[in-house]
Write a protein that binds this ligand. Structure first.
Ligand code: HEC
Length: 157
């Protein structure tokens, strides 16, 4: 009896763990999900800073510093593995799975520089965020712009 229950529990756990992996059945699914998850983390952290900047949330130096540090640390990650050539929105099987434009991988691509611009803006935010609401507000514009510039060029609407 004990054995049967154990086996049943194992089967349930296995099914739960393996289900998402099986659902994502398209080329470069792991890489695409990872980079989209990475961007969701950026969005979450900048969202808190943006809410403070707009006065929708009380300024809290410690929290602002934490979110800014998260953005800075994220900007220092080496995410090269998440961007394999051929994982763009026009590639076979990827329609609706990714919004990454093929131009990212084409000659003359500025995505590397734009990522550096984001890292620089995140660095400034990390220096400013804990120093008062005015300092935070000063840094939020360039940081938001660094996201937007890259999206305008390399992410489909
Ligand atoms: C260097 C270019 C670049 C920078 C900088 C950048 N992004 Fe993106 N972002 C992209 C690309 C390309 C995609 C599309 C990824 C895909 O669908 O595979 C994307 C997708 C996203 C998504 C959608 C993720 C999903 O679930 O599909 C969010 C949200 C996002 N970015 C937020 C941000 C925020 C916030 C910042 C700045 C703090 C930022 N991004 C900076 C290029 C960039």
């Amino acid at each position: 009896m004990k054995m049967v229950i154990k086996a049943a529990i194992c089967a349930t756990v296995f099914a739960t763990v393996s289900a998402p992996a099986m659902a994502a059945d398209y080329p470069f699914a792991d890489e695409i999900e990872a980079r989209q998850g990475y961007f969701q983390v950026l969005k979450f952290n900048i969202g808190v800073l943006g809410a403070m900047a707009k006065g929708k949330r009380d300024y809290d130096a410690e929290l602002a510093q934490t979110m800014a540090n998260n953005l800075k640390n994220a900007s220092l990650m080496n995410n090269q593995m998440m961007w394999p050539k051929g994982s763009d929105m026009d590639a076979e099987g990827l329609s609706g799975k990714t919004k990454a434009k093929a131009a990212i991988w084409q000659e003359g691509s500025e995505i590397g520089q734009m990522n550096k611009d984001f890292a620089a803006a995140a660095d400034t935010m990390a220096a400013n965020a804990g120093q008062g609401i005015d300092a935070l507000r000063e840094a939020i514009g360039p940081l938001g712009k660094s996201c937007k510039s890259c999206h305008e060029k390399y992410r489909a609407k």
